[in-house]
Design a protein around this ligand. Structure first.
Ligand code: HEM
Length: 249
């Protein structure tokens, strides 16, 4: 199973790579190829559409102003499960694309113990063992996996409520809404981490690249793997160069 998924994923990357380009300049590293970026933005757009239409259905009293976006109340209700279905399918391929990189390791467990230092930006560099994704990113990914499964099951039960027992539909509403709230919280943190908290991250999902300095700062283990260099030493060298430049009259 694993090798056929790998083959599928490799062929998809090659196919998408033929249609889009990723230009890696000097001082940069390839982070996300075209295929990953297309999947990520398909997941993000369908998720946002499902979320907004879901809000309008959940509480028309508060969110009726959203329904004109989708062509009115009845249309919003009709479209919501289709947005959700696109999200589920896109995320399924994203899952195949990323699940190897998202395997939970001992290093991730140690990362969660340093969460406070991470949130308060106390350390200049992440721990040397931090690989392609850190523990927080992996937790977000697995939260989406669990939520997406819950969304799918409860969503189908609610969609076909004429053949589903009433109590099952009632429980499905509650589970669906709890999963949506968890996803919303994760989504807000995710946007903050992917933009304002770590400058230089957002472009990795636009042009596919990051600077070497970004890589040795946030993912030193990955930096060491792809460059064969020592992230701490490259960081110190860059810092000294900067200081010399600033002190030069
Ligand atoms: C719309 C605003 C969004 C922005 C600005 C954004 C930005 C990003 C960026 C820059 C990365 C790459 C991080 C890295 O390489 O280290 C990323 C990764 C990722 N994105 Fe998004 N994203 C958005 C929406 C979403 C949505 C809606 C989902 C899923 C529901 C999602 C799921 C993920 C996952 C699972 C990853 C990999 C793990 C992680 O970096 O947390 N993203 N995103």
């Amino acid at each position: 199973m694993s090798s056929s998924v790998e083959r599928f994923d490799r062929e998809a990357r090659e196919e998408f790579g033929r249609h889009g380009r990723t230009v890696v300049h000097r001082g940069e590293l390839l982070r996300h190829p075209v295929y990953t970026r297309v999947l990520h933005w398909s997941v993000a757009i369908s998720f946002i559409l499902a979320l907004l239409s879901g809000f309008a259905i959940y509480s028309p009293w508060l969110y009726r102003w959203l329904t004109p976006l989708f062509g009115g109340g009845a249309m919003t209700r009709l479209l919501h499960p289709w947005f959700a279905l696109v999200f589920t399918i896109a995320f399924f391929f994203q899952f195949l694309n990323w699940f190897r990189a998202m395997r939970w390791t001992e290093a991730d467990r140690r990362w969660t113990r340093r969460l406070k230092a991470y949130v308060t930006n106390r350390e200049k560099l992440e721990a040397p063992e931090t690989g392609f994704f850190n523990g927080g990113q992996k937790l977000y990914f697995w939260t989406i996996v669990v939520s997406a499964v819950l969304f799918l099951i409860t969503g189908i039960l609610m969609w076909f409520d004429d053949v589903t027992p009433r109590w099952v539909v009632a429980v499905s509403y509650v589970v669906h809404d709890i999963a949506a709230l968890i996803m919303l919280a994760g989504f807000i943190i995710h946007i903050y981490e992917g933009t304002a908290a770590q400058p230089g991250t957002f472009r990795s999902m636009i042009d596919g690249t990051v600077s070497r300095a970004w890589a040795w700062t946030h993912h030193p283990g990955w930096y060491a793997d792809v460059t064969g260099r020592d992230p701490r030493k490259d960081y110190e060298d860059a810092r000294e160069r900067n200081e010399r430049r600033q002190n030069t009259p």
